[in-house]
Design a protein around this ligand. Structure first.
Ligand code: LM2
Ligand code: CA
Length: 481
């Protein structure tokens, strides 16, 4: 008995000591969240370089956007649909959106406006044209032959399903080694291919770009992306497109070692809360919903694919879409990315272009929706900048579609998606007393507000009516003197 007790005491001691042994420390995650004090990304989908440049100067910089994500700049197959951008034929920076010189000048102009540039980078594949053709800039190519870049030996031919196409997303091998919609699938495990891709990305870095949106990341092993990244000439921001699919073998979390990852569940769940469930459920929106770690996620209401595929809110939802974006820009989950679309009535529709398929200059708001300029969205970018580093406090909900919360000490948002106005309520903000511009309805500049002003009393409260399907937002960056 005595001996047993001693032995077990020793065992207990041994166990206790083992609790003190330092665990293996995982390498810190690669560059996570857009670096810098201005986090918000805007995707200027299919805008030409000249128009992106002027938008940086006139709107993105002044409104506080940190990053612009531009569509793929490399030479592509020549046809009308927007998706030609996702069928590279060479790595010349020469596309329907502009020349290399225009691209270079756009990067410089955006930097001068304080806006960094993320490039949509197509690395998983080349074109999907069985009979080849002549690219936008005159390059003659075949489906598996891109002179000077790739030949037949540089592609996968999975030979499953009677073709080379991906059919079964439950099969990791197929997802990464077969063809996504007939697009010639590069052997990203080959050092030659990796080097060629890194050379393209290094060329973009030499033009000053700040980051990459890695198209089709799910279709490449994370290790292949890591190997390409290791060949880059300098550190760069990276966000990988890995569409979450329940039960699929390839999961978004596999990619966080390389950089950020898009959280596709965010926009779908947010749409469901607005459309058929309750905003009240958003109280713990984010990691608690099974999402990627906030510090490595890029969140979005919609992107160019999901706005065509459904299940999300888009510009067509008008006010609800604005409210969803306002919520995203106020809520501390991930790096928010705002979509800016051209309007379309069919999925394949070209961006406004001339007879040669060259993209026309953007004219907000004809043919281009310019959601990122809508007041409720554009002004919430300033809110996001003002509340960086703060948590959520003072959550309120009515159990249904009316919610409110503080970003502690810096900002306050209340969203009312009920069919009725909420009147006669006061809201506790915890903000310093004073007069604040309601940035959902007014622009703040030079100390004045073009819309309604909200007065926070010395105890941190304000009283206001929140109209049906409307919101009020105030923050310390838009406080009247
Ligand atoms: C992406 N991420 O992984 C892009 O975000 C998405 O927009 C791309 O699809 C896709 N992956 C490939 O980069 C788009 C578009 C497709 C289009 C492809 C290639 O949604 O419809 O496919 O780009 O341009 C089109 C045709 C398709 C055809 C294919 C090859 O729609 O029917 O396949 O071209 O010719 C036979
Ligand atoms: Ca692949």
């Amino acid at each position: 008995m005595h001996r047993r007790r001693c032995r077990s005491a020793a065992l207990v001691l041994g166990l206790a000591a083992s609790l003190l042994v330092p665990t293996a420390v995982a390498a810190p995650p690669a560059a996570a969240a857009t670096p810098g004090s201005k986090k918000v990304i805007v995707q200027l989908f299919e805008w030409n370089w000249t128009s992106v440049a002027s938008e940086c100067t006139n709107v993105l910089g002044p409104k506080g956007y940190g990053y612009v994500q531009v569509s793929p700049p490399q030479e592509h197959v020549n046809a009308a649909p927007w998706w030609v951008s996702y069928q590279p034929v060479s790595y010349r920076i020469e596309s329907r959106k502009g020349t290399r010189a225009q691209f270079q000048s756009m990067v410089t102009t955006c930097h001068n406006a304080g806006v960094k540039v993320i490039v949509d980078t197509v690395v998983n594949h080349m074109s999907g044209q069985d009979n080849g053709g002549t690219g936008w800039a005159g390059t003659t190519y075949g489906h598996y032959n891109y002179p000077g870049n790739y030949g037949a030996q540089d592609f996968h031919y999975c030979g499953r399903n009677g073709t080379n196409d991906i059919v079964n997303y439950s099969d990791r091998y197929e997802v990464q080694n077969c063809e996504l919609v007939n697009l010639a699938d590069l052997k990203t495990e080959s050092d030659y291919v990796r080097t060629r891709l890194a050379t393209y990305m290094n060329d973009l870095l030499s033009l000053g770009v700040d980051g990459f949106r890695m198209d089709g990341s799910k279709h490449m092993p994370a290790a292949d992306i890591a190997a390409i990244k290791a060949k880059l000439s300098r550190p760069a921001y990276m966000v990988q497109e890995v569409i979450y699919g329940a039960g699929e073998p390839v999961q978004p979390t596999e990619y966080t070692g390389n950089g950020d990852v898009h959280e596709f569940r965010y926009g779908k769940d947010l749409a469901r809360m607005f459309n058929s469930e309750r905003l009240a459920y958003l109280k713990n929106f984010g990691e608690a919903w099974g999402y990627l770690p906030s510090s490595q996620a890029v969140a979005f209401v919609d992107n160019h694919d999901t706005q065509r595929d459904g299940g999300v809110l888009t510009y067509r939802d008008r006010g609800e879409y604005a409210l969803a974006n306002a919520f995203m820009l106020a809520w501390p989950y991930g790096t928010p990315a705002v979509m800016s679309s051209f309007t379309f009535s069919n999925k394949d529709q070209a961006p406004p272009s001339d007879a040669t398929n060259k993209v026309l200059n953007t004219t907000c708001y004809s043919g281009w929706e310019c959601e990122h300029r809508w007041r409720a969205i554009a002004n919430m970018v300033g809110f996001n900048n003002a509340v960086q580093g703060t948590g959520v406090s003072n959550w309120y909900d009515n159990g249904y579609q009316h919610i409110a919360f503080s970003r502690t000490g810096k900002g306050y948002l209340t969203v009312n998606d009920e069919d009725f106005a909420v009147t006669g309520r006061s809201y506790y903000t915890g903000l310093p007393a004073g007069r604040y511009c309601d940035v959902i309805h007014g622009d703040f500049s030079n100390g004045t507000c073009s819309g309604p002003v909200v007065t926070v009393d010395s105890a941190g409260w304000f009283a206001a009516t929140v109209n049906a399907h409307d919101a009020i937002a105030i923050h310390i960056g838009a406080k009247l003197p």
